[in-house]
Design a protein around this ligand. Sequence first.
Ligand code: ZN
Length: 219
Amino acid sequence: MIAGLRETVCRLHAELVRYNLVAWTAGNVSGRVPGEDLFVIKPSGVSYDDLTPESIVVCDLDGNLVEGDLSPSSDTAAHAYVYRHMPEVGGVVHTHSTYASAWAARGEAIPCVLTAMADEFGGEIPVGPFALIGGDDIGKGIVATLTGHRSPAVLMQNHGVFTIGDSPKAAVKAAVMCEDVARTVHVARQLGEPLPIPQHDIDSLYDRYQNVYGQRSAR
Ligand SMILES: [Zn+2]
């Protein structure tokens, strides 16, 4: 099971590159090992082209290396904190994608002014606190902001994006969609004030997309 998850998480890093969400090595994907107090995550400082399933490391929920030859990502403590405190989360993604990070640099939540935002995020994409890398502060900020919030994405102030999902793929999708709507709302802002969507319409879009849309077996 861990081998399959390592392969999935390795492959999903290529999506970060494909969707132009990362520069150099600044972005990572992790996935919880079902039924175990473990997760797999990108090794630190390895370029995306050089990632292999075997290079993906296994950590416990305190962020300690359990299996692998390389050091885990420098963001491992944040991922571990999320897995410890949000048992429903099966995948976490972190990027510094350009437009979303520009909103984070201003400490401004992205308002829900697109139906695609209502679908995926169920409202605005919120801002989390400024926090330094190293301890639990980033993880605490993610969990405090996303607990009880519909959005699977948080803009950590002056930093970048963290997304969560019930799988690593769902968290990657949220990261892709977050950058997409951050860009569109930014562009919309250049020539005027985007129109808000009434809350009851946001609610019905969110409900339809989350519960009715798409092929059930493929989700
Ligand atoms: Zn970062």
